[in-house]
Design a protein around this ligand. Structure first.
Ligand code: GLN
Length: 530
């Protein structure tokens, strides 16, 4: 079968959940035996979200191949259980960068370089790249932003051209909102009509409309939308609010979204999608036998999207353990030595989140100390591990003023220091230690018990590292390096002796946790908390 292209655009407002919708449709197609991949096109000028503050854009997700990407790629991997790569996330910045590089090389042979056709060609090239050599039956492309945004125009134009070129091999699904007006007690379709009109002005007729709603849509509403927007009634799909995003594939199946897509492409519908493992996950998630509460100590607590992959990892690993995990977001800036026991009281476990910069560091150190001294299960991720190391140096080894050189360049005890290869780097974008690296685990450790194997591969995103000059001092005092990169000798994980469960990892286990393959480390952490 030749590769089919499905585009998902959004209308009316942002945050309707295009990422979850596209991941759910891809899941259903995958569960029918098709090979699928999902791509996100982001209309901003940053080359990637790696330089964006979490306040701007939530979490920065990292792929195996070391791309810093939009957090929607995390959803794609969590739903499909398949790794994504740099090719799955393209921004306007990257498109322009590549066009301008070609222009400087003289590749355009004296032509005037313009948005149409050069920018749109580059967009189309990036979309078709994924479908090359028939690698996938379906390439699903999410167009970031909302239709009508000036920034999105070149993407919508590229979709228009591709629909024309590919004919029946391409399809557009438009996601909109049907608001409920309390005063009149009615669901309103006008915003959807306007949104489709605005797509039509750009020459794109959607094939399927997915309507986000808080109340059931009746037949009359579906018919009305179909009539005004030139689509079949079967192609008007309801997407009602559900308690967990992992139910959306089942809701889309009820609405026969996958069937409608297959029929429109002229592909035989075949047997029902195989979703047994998915349903069993949901069943465990909804019927927990245990309940724990874990404190997530970070500085973006008012913004759960900043820790998206961590939050989802607890959902996956919680379900395996049939355990409901209540996450308490604790602002690291509010924790002091005096109030630590009061703020962290009653928690079954403490997690210190990844992060950059000075803000909130003192509170994180207090939280690590509290977990160490009170024998509370502890997981430190990236900066979280570095904090545990600094705390141990200061309070157990008595290295006064020990620090990471990220926080204090002239500390007498740089127990966390800039990696050698980082020292000459001045550019901030894409220059960290990024992507999946091998880690060798020492037997007989919590880490080994979690992964049940000696060699693992996990993803990284950092510049600083455990300073191996101090390894012996730490080991002798009870903080052991338990995971080492076999090529560079870098310390990737530490553990405390004589503690229930205290693990710090330099890598990010949360990036590789999926519904069907929860992170073994999160699962072990939850077990320790139970
Ligand atoms: N700021 C730290 C470093 O660059 C930790 C990064 C992180 O937590 N992702 O090494």
């Amino acid at each position: 079968m030749s590769t089919k292209y499905i585009f998902v655009t959004g209308g009316v407002t942002s945050s309707l959940g295009k990422g979850i919708l596209i991941a759910s449709l891809a899941k259903l197609l995958q569960a029918r035996g098709f090979s699928v991949t999902i791509q996100k096109l982001d209309p901003y000028l940053n080359v990637d979200p790696g330089t964006l503050n979490p306040y701007e854009h939530g979490e920065c997700y990292v792929t195996d191949d070391g791309a810093e990407t939009d957090l929607d790629l995390g959803h794609y991997e969590r739903f499909l259980n398949k790794p994504t790569s740099q090719a799955n996330n393209v921004t306007t910045g990257r498109i322009y960068q590549s066009v301008i590089n070609k222009e400087r090389k003289g590749d355009y042979l004296g032509k005037t370089v313009q948005i149409i056709p050069h920018i749109t060609d580059e967009i189309k090239r990036n979309i078709k790249l994924l479908g090359r050599k028939g690698r996938y039956d379906f390439v699903l492309t999410e167009i970031g932003g909302t239709v009508g945004d000036m920034e999105s125009l070149p993407y919508i134009e590229a979709v228009r051209q591709l629909k024309w070129e590919l004919g029946k091999q391409a399809m557009v699904i438009h996601l909109t909102l049907v608001p409920f007006l309390n005063a009149s007690g009615e669901l309103k379709t006008k915003p959807t009509q306007h949104s489709v009109k605005s797509l039509l002005e750009n020459g794109v007729q959607p094939d399927i409309l997915v309507l986000r709603t808080e109340h059931e849509l009746n037949e009359a509403i579906r018919k009305k939308v179909a009539l005004f927007c030139n689509v079949d009634v079967e192609a008007v799909v309801q997407s009602i609010d559900v308690p967990t995003i992992y139910e959306v594939p089942l809701k889309m199946k009820e609405e026969k979204l996958d069937v409608t897509v297959l029929k429109k492409f002229g592909i035989p519908v075949g047997a029902e999608p195989e979703l047994n493992a998915w349903k069993s996950f949901l069943n465990k998630y909804k019927n927990p036998k245990h309940k724990i509460s874990i404190g997530l100590v970070g500085k973006y607590v008012e913004l759960p999207d900043a820790y998206k992959s961590i939050v989802e990892s607890f959902v996956h690993a919680g379900a395996v353990n049939e355990c409901a995990v209540e996450l308490k977001f604790i602002h690291s800036e509010e924790i002091t030595h005096r109030n630590a026991s009061q703020m962290l009281e009653g928690l079954n476990g403490i997690l210190i989140a990844p992060g950059f910069g000075h803000r909130g560091i003192k509170g994180k150190i207090e939280a690590a100390r509290f977990a160490r001294e009170k024998d509370i299960p502890f997981l430190g991720i990236c900066l979280g591990m570095q904090i545990a190391v600094v705390e141990f140096a200061r309070n157990v080894l008595n290295y006064q003023g020990a620090d990471s050189t990220e926080m204090n360049e002239v500390t007498q005890y740089p127990v966390i220091d800039l990696m050698e290869e980082q020292k000459g780097i001045t550019n901030m974008g894409g220059t960290m230690r990024l992507g999946a690296f091998v880690c060798k685990i020492k037997k007989g450790t919590h880490l080994y018990k979690a992964y049940k194997k000696e060699t693992i591969k996990e993803r990284h995103r950092h510049r600083y590292e455990f300073n191996d000059k101090y390894i012996k001092d730490f080991e002798n005092a009870g903080m052991k390096p338990v995971g080492i990169n076999p090529e560079t000798g870098l310390v990737e994980a530490v553990e405390l002796e004589n503690h229930k469960w205290f693990v710090g990892v330099q890598y990010h286990p949360e990036y590789s946790s999926t519904v069907l393959k929860p992170s073994p480390l999160f699962a072990a952490f939850i077990q320790a908390c139970i």
